[in-house]
Design a binder for this molecule. Structure first.
Ligand code: NDP
Length: 448
């Protein structure tokens, strides 16, 4: 798709020139700006008051050295980032990613997406994201602890329960959040909800671990129901085998579907009898092993090297839950050829723009990441509320709120798409609905 609005086309060129080589960020900005074309036609005040120019520029970028000592006594140096992108509707909120591919462009794209996602939840949270090029894979617990302590030593100067509340993302789960929380508490001598995704013994929320995967399925079920369909009896392919993938598998199965494939960054397993989730949890959550090991103990399963082959498995519903740009045009065409009915994104930006075009042109129901995976951050915001109240809600209470939030997000995306003449295009609907709340708040705040 090309821009028809010259102002937005020029602004996009400016973003590319100012953020050289940050291709993931360019991709995320382009997708949002294209969706905003009908909005700026109707609301020229957003352009006049510089709202769109402001929204593509982070409020603050923090970049720092993270020195730590490995088990052999050698000093290691990593890079840390926190991008505080937009605080118009609440304190910055967004995960930390520890993965060797992390650089400023990845964190910027994730932080930018987070603004709209957080707005869609209906909760008062702004957008931010952070992380490091540290790779937790293959590191001992003590190495991970030393890294997390060093990372938090710098990060603690910039965050706070009313300022910026990070959470987990790729490579950052309960273990890492625990080490970072411990260090923050020690440095600041305060026990506050400065991180979410905490353990249940020290302020974590029930259902936060499950929230992104469960939320993805609640969103998808709402989208399917609106089209007279449901998960019941469907064959589902899910990529990844981390936090999001595991709990998406659990909820899709509870809703009556059969999940037949999962993956990691080395390859994928296909189990025609349906994935045995307890075995996956044991491999990934307890042993921190590889998905390949699943096939060793399950004769009904095949293991294949490489990630993209997972999209050649025929399925009714595809839930990409690993990483950005994991479904390209070719994979999308294969999914369509094999009769996929719905694609909903658990990962952030897992479909390339060309893949999205393929879904939309072939009548595939498409749940975009910033709407479909917003359940994680929504439940993080519920964790913040519980911490502020110094109360803990039950699993069922949190889960019921999550389900209601995801159904609302679907309804709002559908309504916004319809209002702007793009009925059924939930990607555009998510961008528009997420944008408007933030933009109106920015207008109210003046030029700041
Ligand atoms: P985890 O670290 O728990 O799991 C990530 C999974 O994706 C692993 O199976 C990993 O394989 C695989 N993966 C990671 N990088 C790549 C890659 N470059 N190529 C192929 N596979 C890869 O992370 P999460 O489950 O938390 O996050 C998954 C996605 O969901 C991310 O896009 C994240 O931003 C998004 N997300 C997460 C939320 C959350 O609450 N956790 C909230 C909203 C979105 P391996 O083990 O081999 O690295």
């Amino acid at each position: 798709m090309a821009f028809t609005n010259q102002y937005l086309a020029d602004l996009y060129d400016k973003v590319v020139a100012r953020n050289k080589g940050e291709v993931e960020f360019h991709q995320a900005v382009k997708e949002v700006l294209e969706s905003l074309e009908p909005v700026v036609e109707k609301h020229p005040e957003y352009i006049k008051m510089g709202v769109i120019d402001s929204i593509v520029e982070p409020e603050r970028i923090i970049k720092f050295r993270v020195p730590w000592v490995d088990d052999s006594g050698k000093v290691q140096i990593n890079r840390g980032f926190r991008i505080q992108f937009n605080s118009a509707i609440g304190p910055y909120k967004g995960g930390l990613r520890f993965h060797p591919s992390v650089y400023e462009g990845i964190i910027k794209f994730l932080g930018f997406e987070q603004i709209f996602k957080n707005s869609l939840t209906g909760l008062p949270i702004g957008g931010g994201k952070g992380g490091s090029d540290f790779d937790p894979k293959g590191k001992s617990d003590m190495e991970v602890m030393r890294f997390c302590q060093s990372f938090m030593t710098e990060l603690s100067k910039h965050i706070g329960a009313d300022t910026d509340v990070p959470a987990g993302d790729i490579g950052v789960g309960g273990r890492e959040i625990g080490y970072m929380f411990g260090q923050y508490k020690r440095l600041r001598n305060e026990f506050t909800g400065v991180l979410t995704g905490k353990g249940l013994t020290y302020g974590g929320s029930l259902a936060r671990t499950e929230a992104t995967g469960y939320g993805l399925c609640y969103f998808t079920e709402a989208m399917l129901n609106d089209h007279g369909d449901s998960f019941k009896g469907k064959t589902v392919v899910i990529s990844g085998s981390g936090n999001v993938a595991i709990y998406a598998t659990q909820k899709a199965t509870q809703l009556g579907a059969k999940v037949v494939a999962l993956s990691d960054s080395n390859g994928y397993v296909y189990d025609k009898d349906g994935i045995d989730l307890d075995a996956v949890k044991e491999i990934k959550e307890v042993k921190r092993g590889r998905i390949k090991e699943y096939a060793d103990t399950h004769p009904s399963a095949e293991y294949h090297e490489g990630c993209s082959g997972i999209w050649t498995i025929p399925c009714d519903i595809a839930l990409p839950c690993a990483t950005q740009n994991e479904i390209n045009e070719e994979s999308a065409k294969t999914l369509v050829k094999n009769g996929v009915k719905a694609v909903a994104e658990g990962a952030n930006m897992p479909s390339t723009p060309e893949a999205i075009e393929v879904y939309l042109n072939n009548g595939v129901l498409f749940g975009p990441a910033k709407a479909a995976n917003a359940g994680g951050v929504a439940t993080s915001a519920l964790e913040m509320s519980q911490n502020s109240q110094r109360l803990s809600w039950t699993f069922d209470e949190v889960d019921a709120k999550l389900k209601g939030i995801m159904e609302n997000i679907y309804a709002n995306c559908a309504a916004a798409a319809k209002e702007y003449g793009l009925e059924g295009n939930y990607a555009a609907g998510a961008n528009i609905a997420g944008f408007k709340k933030v933009a109106d708040s920015m207008l109210a705040h003046g030029v700041v």
